[in-house]
Design a protein around this ligand. Structure first.
Ligand SMILES: [Fe+2]
Ligand SMILES: [Fe+2]
Length: 411
């Protein structure tokens, strides 16, 4: 039984100890529950907000940390400068959350401002060292969760925090590693990869983006949204019509042959962007920008027009911010070809050779053939191009000849 203390009297030793222990207990029990949401947010969209809200509703954190990566280790290089991504994130993610969660969101820019690739294990170790009372929960999209085997220091990561994810439509549960807690809420079927491709292809993405994000993307021409407008103003009208025809055919062929139609669409839109450069200036451009064109001097002397594919690849990267290597490669290979061409390369090659605006007699039959036998249409398109060049007495690049010989060598 505790003796009653008179006013002004100090508590006895036991009471002081008991009070101290209780205080320690409270201190000990008060762990700060932190929800971390990492990613590229390139661009931020409604799927990010839905996932973060669902995780917060479940975890009920004291603090939410959104950590944009400068360069996400598992992803291709981001297409948009870090400063723009940060602006998009500020405009596009917190405002889509309910006020309860919006109030406790902090955007941690240290990874982004480090201007280098930062692994998640580094970030979590730093946070643990700086805040020993933080209880960490990390939420990621199911595309990242299914790629868990590629993450660095996985054992350490599972010790450092608790992992959460939610299934996006089409992701099977069995592909999510055991240590993830599944958030059983419906997620919208949208990803940044899809959005980038759709934006570049000029499709309306407003239903997936916060209005202010959509406005900033359009105003700054991010993700290739300025591409169609630039092509329309800088290519001659006939070339622009040809570009659109190639795009239609490339998209259709990609669907037929299980390639990504948006990628094919972007490659087709970009394929002749090198034609923006005057024929006489293509060689100068190639030399000034150090383009790696096999036999550049000979091409420049014999067939300078062929350089537009290499110049186009460079413009696609520098001017239009394309970082998709498969797309860039298809653009580069659409004139000379090369002995090893991907299916996307071949689709673009065929689409360029036999698009609806082409008037040569083989165009229509080869267009039909391309939907039945892509390889046959590709070989026939190359043969038509080579025989036309030989018929004109033109020089033929060794890359095209090697490609032809390789195709002939196939049984
Ligand atoms: Fe071309
Ligand atoms: Fe073309």
């Amino acid at each position: 039984m505790i003796a009653k203390r008179r006013r002004g009297e100090l508590p006895d030793q036991d009471a002081r100890e008991r009070a101290g222990t209780a205080l320690d207990q409270i201190k000990y029990n008060h762990r700060v529950k932190v929800l971390i949401f990492g990613g590229s947010f390139d661009p931020p969209h409604i799927g990010h907000a839905t996932l973060l809200k669902a995780a917060a509703d479940l975890i009920k954190p004291d603090r939410i940390l959104v950590i944009p990566a400068f360069r996400a280790p598992l992803k291709n290089p981001q297409t948009v400068p870090a400063a723009d991504r940060l602006r998009l994130l500020k405009l596009g993610l917190p405002p889509m959350l309910p006020p309860r969660w919006r109030r406790i969101v902090h955007i941690d820019t240290r990874e982004l401002l480090s201007r280098r690739r930062v692994y998640t294990v580094e970030t979590l170790t730093r946070l643990k060292a700086e805040h020993s009372d933080w209880e960490l929960n990390f939420v990621i999209g199911s595309d990242w969760a299914t790629a868990w085997s590629k993450w660095r220091a996985r054992k350490q990561l599972t010790r450092l925090c608790r992992w959460w994810t939610a299934l996006r439509p089409g992701t099977p549960r069995r592909r999510i590693p055991e240590h993830f807690t599944l958030i059983r809420r419906p997620m919208p079927d949208v990803s940044s990869t899809d959005l980038r491709a759709n934006l570049a292809a000029g499709l309306d993405c407003s239903r997936w983006l916060h209005p202010r994000v959509a406005i900033l993307i359009a105003r700054r021409g991010l993700y290739g949204t300025g591409l169609s407008a630039a092509l329309k103003s800088d290519l001659d009208p006939e070339r622009f019509v040809h570009t659109l025809a190639v795009r239609r055919l490339a998209e259709a062929l990609a669907r037929r042959w299980n390639e990504d139609p948006r990628r094919a669409s972007l490659a087709a839109l970009l394929h002749d962007c090198g034609r923006m450069i005057n024929k006489k200036r293509l060689t100068r451009y190639a030399l000034d920008h150090g383009l790696q064109v096999p036999l550049l001097r000979t091409v420049a002397r014999r067939q300078p027009g062929l350089l537009h594919a290499y110049v186009g690849e460079d413009l696609a990267r520098r001017r239009f911010g394309c970082r998709d290597h498969a797309v860039l490669r298809a653009v580069r290979n659409h004139t000379l070809g090369s002995p090893s061409m991907s299916r996307l390369d071949r689709i673009l090659y065929v689409a360029d050779s036999v698009s609806e605006d082409r008037r040569h007699p083989q165009a229509a039959p080869l267009r039909r053939l391309a939907f039945q036998d892509l390889e046959a249409a590709f070989t026939a398109s190359l043969a038509a191009k080579l025989s036309h060049a030989v018929g004109q007495g033109a020089w033929v690049h060794p890359l095209s000849i090697s490609l032809w010989n390789r195709l002939c060598a196939k049984p």
